[in-house]
Design a protein around this ligand. Structure first.
Ligand SMILES: Cc1cc2nc3c(=O)[nH]c(=O)nc-3n(C[C@H](O)[C@H](O)[C@H](O)COP(=O)(O)O)c2cc1C
Length: 306
């Protein structure tokens, strides 16, 4: 039986298949649909300081090979999250990574302080930096290395748990932002969040998403995610969690070969919430077939033509 365990920072996961933020709720919604204890980890949807309704509809549209969303971080806010969700995590037997979003650095810090003040089996935090910083005139944290490093180091001071910075592909050079996260003390980076996109109804001559632009996800973005992971792997010394367009085990293996130590499945959960479990099985078969004793032997092993 191949060994599928993988480590990010000082945390070891039973396998490298996680479910991605925003596509699996708070982790507690699907107990009858899928045995969540078989995932490597669940990443929660982004939690903010206060509850948010999110953007008005329409906020999801299907596109060829993917979807565009503009949910706008709809969530119950950290206080209700700590009260109503966190105590239930002990029952489901899978590591939880809480995803955090904010609009100023202090907000991220406050959320982290609130969660850290209660005992929980949350193993780490994934920081969504694709959020406009209101103090800096709406520039996203994740497009600016100085903002990214400052935010990371403020959070690093507050927790010893896994700190993962989730990178946006909507930047000139993702390696610069990854490097800033690591300089600030991140254990890991995850890549990628969604890619800016737009969809137009030609008959109505209208944008299909209320906010005009949204985030493209699904198979259409897999090549972008792979390139981002490979670039970061070759430039920055930290474990990477690969995300973007993963629907089956072949996609997941490609991400490991590009340099990912673990992967997240997002949009594919909408078609099949158990997609991640098929990926775990497919990884096992791949390793057996190719006589790979440990899945981590594949990390970064893609051959290039250079
Ligand atoms: C409907 C939807 C909601 C999402 N919400 C969040 C979120 O709250 N926080 C976050 O960091 N990423 C969010 N994401 C981004 C995903 O976690 C993931 O990075 C992205 O969709 C790419 O992976 P995929 O192609 O497998 O979906 C969301 C994606 C979708 C499709």
């Amino acid at each position: 039986m191949p060994d599928l365990t993988t480590s990010i920072g000082n945390t070891t996961f039973q396998n490298p298949v996680f479910v991605a933020s925003g596509t699996f709720g708070y982790g507690l919604e699907n107990p009858d649909l899928v045995d969540v204890s078989k995932f490597g980890a669940i990443v929660t949807k982004s939690i903010t300081r206060h509850p948010r309704e999110g953007n008005p509809p329409p906020r999801i549209v299907e596109t060829p090979s993917g979807m565009i969303n503009s949910i706008g971080l709809a969530n119950i806010g950290v206080e209700k999250y700590v009260r109503e969700m966190v105590p239930n995590y002990e029952k489901i037997g899978v590591p939880i990574i809480m995803n955090i979003a904010g609009s100023v650095e202090e907000e991220y810090c406050e959320i982290l302080d609130i969660v850290e003040s209660v005992s929980s089996n949350i193993v780490g935090y994934e920081i969504n930096i694709s959020c406009p910083n209101v103090k800096e005139g709406g520039i996203e944290f994740g497009v600016d290395p100085l903002l990214t490093e400052a935010l990371t180091s403020a959070l690093r001071k507050r927790t010893e748990k896994l700190l993962i910075l989730k990178l946006s592909p909507n930047v000139t050079d993702i390696r610069v932002i990854a490097n800033a996260a690591v300089n600030g003390g991140a254990d890991s980076v995850s890549a990628i969040n969604t890619v800016y996109g737009m969809s137009i109804d030609s008959m109505a001559r209208k944008s299909e998403i209320y906010t005009t632009y949204g985030g493209l996800s699904g198979p259409a973005i897999k090549p972008i995610g792979l390139a981002c992971v490979h670039k970061v792997f070759n430039a920055v010394d930290c474990p990477i969690i690969g995300i973007g367009g993963i629907t089956d085990s072949a996609d997941a293996i490609e991400y490991l070969l590009a340099g990912a130590s673990a992967i997240q499945v997002g949009t594919a959960n909408y078609r099949n919430p158990a997609a991640g479990l098929s990926i775990v099985e497919g990884m096992e078969s791949y390793c057996s077939k190719h006589k790979i004793s440990h899945i981590t032997d594949l990390i970064g092993k893609v051959k290039t033509h250079e």
